[in-house]
Design a protein around this ligand. Structure first.
Ligand code: AMP
Length: 482
């Protein structure tokens, strides 16, 4: 499909797409929309930035328009489950934008962190589309403000993140409340075993569509890693913010506590910085994000979960203050810069304990990231993190299927970046410490680590990442709720 007109979408939708200036469907849209319009269940493997929201929203709105039914009281016809408040808000905005010429089209948002009463009121007369995070959805059902027996279409977005965030039981509870005759559209950036199992339970004869975004994001971003001691990271960050031509920088930490610590350190060094993470109220998060979007805040510190699904234009730099222990998270993180073909720079700090994470990342992205060695001291004699490494997940439940990865032969060659399980422990190949491979050479650029790519095919998906507009799209004047 090369044009949105080829799908047979109703005219009010194609008109909205003209308003949105969408000309060509993205690969995930080209694959998903025809299947979803036939009523098929779909498993879509795609991440934020590939246009996946429209891939499910357009056929859904088309269905709602062609099969007009008055929603029953306290019921919804379409339920979209998403892991975070921010992503839920963006999805609801997208439904509003694509459905702006269709009336009535009631779209409600049910997310935690804001008072529940307004949400209860917005559901009283029933809605066409409800976008929700799992916890708040269950609260609404428990308070008898919502019934789920009328759901015709279920969307599960970012299923792998749901698993990461410990929502799997909530999801199963919610699915058990839905009727069996429904369409299910299931999206996940990755398909670890647990997610495949969940999909098997939820979907009927699903069609599978996939875009492989990882490496294409990676290709557009100029990446660097700075080998450093943990204790030097605060000073290194402050120094970078002075030396780099930073327009807007997103700094990732692994934990909420870590994020707050970085903010304090930067503020002490005279930089205005703020953090978003799960402990901040919804209002705080929205205020900080709005400031970041407008550019009045230049430095934003975030955890992976808080940053998920947030698309802000003009992020010139991503700094991985802590390296993620899940290699796919690295790709998600650096995908926040270099959107829509823009140039982006990703700088990662890697201390001794994080060396195994770096190795996993390089295997996944199938390239060696150029390194600068800024280590000054001796490597610690004991490296307790080697035992702990598999457990550095910000206190969150482990992501099954990703943790249990070994490190193969240790010379970085071989395979497709996926490793065999080794009983759930992250361990380095004997006698092949990462530090040994990159002898200290203060301040100098180490040679790119070509061995990590040796023998690798450059089998990289060709997926374009798209930008979200700076301001959320609003369509005033018709029946929408939040
Ligand atoms: P998503 O992956 O759904 O978060 O979409 C990322 C961004 O791409 C959003 O800002 C969308 O508005 C935009 N977008 C989605 N589909 C298209 C398209 N076919 N053409 C241009 N922009 C698009």
């Amino acid at each position: 499909m090369t044009s949105f007109n080829d799908f047979g979408l109703v005219e009010p939708i194609t008109r909205a797409l003209v308003d949105e200036k969408y000309v060509t469907p993205t690969p995930i849209q080209a694959q998903t929309i025809p299947l979803a319009m036939q009523g098929r269940d779909v498993i879509g493997i795609a991440q934020t930035g590939t246009g996946k929201t429209a891939a499910f929203a357009l056929p859904i709105i088309n269905h709602l328009h062609t099969k007009r039914l008055r929603p029953e009281k306290k019921a919804c016809r379409v339920l979209v489950l998403s892991p975070t408040r921010e992503l839920s808000g963006q999805i609801a905005d997208s439904f509003r934008a694509y459905g702006r010429h269709i009336r009535p089209l009631a779209i409600a948002l049910a997310i935690g962190g804001v008072p529940i009463n307004k949400q209860i009121r917005s559901l009283a007369h029933g809605v066409e589309v409800l976008v929700a995070t799992p916890g708040r959805l269950i609260d609404l059902v428990n308070q008898r403000a919502l019934r789920l027996d009328q759901v015709e279409v279920l969307v599960l977005d970012e299923a792998d993140r749901m698993l990461d965030m410990g929502f799997i039981h909530d999801i199963k509870r919610i699915v058990a409340m839905l009727r069996k005759e429904r369409q299910t559209l299931f999206f996940s950036a990755t398909m670890p075993q647990e997610i495949t199992k969940l999909a098997d339970q939820m979907l009927r004869d699903p069609a599978r569509v996939a875009v492989t975004p990882q490496a294409s994001t990676v290709e557009k971003v100029q990446q660097r890693v700075i080998l450093t001691e943990k204790a030097s990271k605060p000073a290194l960050l402050a120094e970078l913010l002075k030396s780099e031509p930073v327009e807007r920088v997103l700094v990732f930490t692994r934990t909420k506590h870590g994020a707050d610590k970085v903010v304090r350190g930067l503020q002490n060094a005279g930089h205005a910085a703020e953090a978003i993470h799960g402990n901040k109220s919804q209002n705080q998060r929205e205020r900080v994000l709005a400031n970041f979007r407008t550019g009045s805040l230049r430095i934003l510190i975030a955890t992976d979960i808080a940053a998920r699904g947030i698309d802000v234009d003009g992020v010139s730099h991503v700094v991985n203050y802590d390296l993620p222990n899940i290699p796919e998270s690295y790709v998600h993180r650096i995908g926040r810069t270099a959107r829509a073909g823009a140039e982006g720079i990703a700088i990662s700090f890697c201390d001794y304990e994080e060396a195994p994470f770096l190795r996993d990342i390089e295997r996944l992205i199938r390239m060696a990231i150029p390194a600068i060695d800024r280590r000054t001291g001796q490597r610690p004699a004991h490296r307790p993190a080697q035992q702990n490494a598999g457990n550095r997940n910000g206190g969150r439940p482990h992501r099954n299927g990703h943790q249990q990865r070994g490190h193969g032969g240790g010379n970085g060659g071989g395979g497709n970046g996926r490793h065999q399980g080794n009983n759930g422990h992250r361990s380095q190949a004997p006698g092949n410490g990462h530090q040994g491979r990159y002898p200290s050479q203060n301040g100098q650029q180490a040679a790119p680590r070509a061995e990590a790519t040796s023998g690798e095919p450059n089998g990289i998906g060709n997926v374009t990442f798209l930008q979200r507009p700076n301001e959320p799209r609003r369509n005033a004047g018709h029946r929408t709720q939040s």
